[in-house]
Design a protein around this ligand. Sequence first.
Ligand SMILES: [Fe+2]
Ligand SMILES: [Fe+2]
Length: 336
Amino acid sequence: MTTIPAEPDLQAAFDATIDRHDRIEPRDWMPDAYRKTLVRQIAQHAHSEIIGMQPEGNWIGRAPSLRRKAILLAKVQDEAGHGLYLYSACETLGVSRAELTDLLLSGRQKYSSIFNYPTLSYADVGTIGWLVDGAAICNQVPLCRTSYGPYGRAMIRICKEESFHQRQGYELLMTMMRGTDEQRAMVQESVDRFWWPVLMMFGPPDAQSPNSAQSMAWGIKRNSNDELRQKFVDMTVPQAEALGVTLPDPGLRWNEERGHYDFGEPDWQEFAAVIRGDGPCNAQRLAHRRAAHEEGAWVREAATAFAEREAAARESAAREQAEGASGPAAREGVAR
Ligand SMILES: [Fe+2]
Ligand SMILES: [Fe+2]
């Protein structure tokens, strides 16, 4: 990409839009770095929705009842839809979905670390809904006000669906907690496994998140990682109490002075390893996505061939019409 020096008035108009908390739209001038940051963030978000279908998709064929299966199917399909809205939003910045898919499949773009953990029991479907979608809501509600228009508008719809995801998870766990001792133990075991990886979803501590300040100055991000993590913990502790599960953090306690819960530090070395590709399921998730992409090649070829045929048909109809307008058929048409 060639860098054309920004006209000072274009930069000034961009800055003024950001300062007014207004939206930047696809045809507006924007700094290259803003565009690049958005492409990276929106693509990573889209990839997370698509890869995120796998851990729960794993349980669709083994749902304990028709009702649970219908709920889970609807939820996983929603995630596919979220991926598609976000790929579309990203395309407005001048990248194609094929390029983004390639970046995911070659490991050059990331997705959320949480989806590299396995789902070992049906309680995990509930825990993912409650905690993972709950954390996603905390992250995403402020993104409805993000400075880039297509991203913010996609997030409004996504957040409505995420709130259904969180509720269905909580309702599943609540039902299990009212069941047998074995079911309660399943829920607790699942929460024990997911709690720390969920806290890592908000990203590294602010002091170690060098890009955050620029993203906040551009109005892409509205809150820091640590602020959002705190908000999530404060929101989740009373829900855990209502459920009757214990959050596996001995340091978790209400701090009267701060008006927030204090909590322990996630294992940031584990987080770094998962991001690097060494989490429990990284290889499996990417291999599955690659296989699905290859198996879908015929659909893409068929869609391309259909689009080409339609375009050719439209073109020849337009040509016939243009010729007909001056020919005998047109004169006949006028006579009628
Ligand atoms: Fe989603
Ligand atoms: Fe979701």
